[in-house]
Design a protein around this ligand. Structure first.
Ligand SMILES: C[S@@+](CC[C@H](N)C(=O)[O-])C[C@H]1O[C@@H](n2cnc3c(N)ncnc32)[C@H](O)[C@@H]1O
Length: 256
């Protein structure tokens, strides 16, 4: 693949993580890879598909050429990757995740045609094995909340984006209003862990999910982090009564 640096051999050994939190998250996702898609469908009542479609539809920045390059970071089982490849048929897509097992589960869903356009690369978001300026767009769905060092990962994302390139984040942020906090909190602490456990046979990852949302930034704090990484916020769109958000930011055309 053009412009790529030293790919790691697929799934040979665990991708090194930056710290123990990363290693725990990596083990956790690998342990639920087999039931991850089922859990997502049940927990979101299928709305995660509509969220992904909407986030993916606007992922290319204006002025992108006819053969865009897209990195789907924290790609998991490739639901967003597939949406990107199918809605942008000229795009080359690299799907990166530090859980080789999640990527392997996703590869089962790829057709021979998908396999020609999508490359899965085990990688840690804090050390992305792509050249500077390789990507027209970076997409990250439900990934940034899990990262050990978000400022460091944002600086990596900025490095691999071309000037003018765009980052799209689809994420659950800490709810702002007390109404959303109460309603989301109730659902996330009761029904969600039960559905997650029924779909995967594991409870801990689905207790971690609401904890990680509660401990994460509010959407306005995320915008501050983006600015601090020299990425210019371009959009913040609430989805399904602020259950999830699309946040977009661009690498400036000219470095500060
Ligand atoms: C909640 S899943 C989201 C997967 C997919 N994007 C989706 O929307 O279904 C989070 C994914 O992020 C990956 N991940 C978490 N921290 C990571 C890191 N530091 N580097 C690479 N991948 C990471 C996990 O392995 C997991 O597959």
């Amino acid at each position: 693949m053009n412009g790529r640096t030293s790919p790691r051999p697929a799934a040979a050994e665990p991708v090194p993580t930056v710290d123990e939190h990363g290693a725990r998250v990596q083990r956790m996702f690998s342990s639920i890879a087999h039931g991850y898609d089922r859990a997502n469908r049940w927990m979101s009542l299928g709305t995660d598909r509509a969220w992904r479609r909407r986030a993916v539809a606007g992922l290319l920045p204006p002025g992108t050429g006819p053969a865009p390059k897209v990195l789907d970071l924290c790609a998991g089982t490739l639901d967003s990757t597939l949406e990107i490849a199918r809605s942008h048929p000229q795009a080359t897509v690299v799907a990166g995740d530090f859980s080789a097992r999640m990527l392997d589960e996703g590869r089962k869903k790829l057709s021979p045609d998908d396999l020609r356009r999508i490359e899965t690369v085990p990688m840690d978001a804090h050390a992305i094995p792509l050249d500077d300026g390789w990507a027209d767009a970076v997409f990250c769905a439900f990934g940034v909340r899990n990262l050990s060092d978000l400022p460091r990962a944002l600086s990596e994302i900025r490095r691999v984006l071309r000037p003018g390139g765009m980052l799209t984040i689809l994420e659950f942020f800490r709810p702002e209003s007390w109404i959303s906090r109460t309603v989301h909190g109730l659902y996330n602490r009761t029904i969600l862990p039960l559905l997650g456990w029924a779909a995967t046979g594991k409870l801990d990852p689905y207790l971690y999910l609401p904890r990680s949302i509660g401990a994460f930034s509010r959407v306005d704090e995320m915008l501050d982090l983006l600015r601090a990484a020299d990425l210019e916020p371009a959009e913040r769109t609430p989805l399904s009564l602020e259950v999830a958000w699309i946040v977009r930011a661009r690498r400036p055309e000219v470095d500060a």
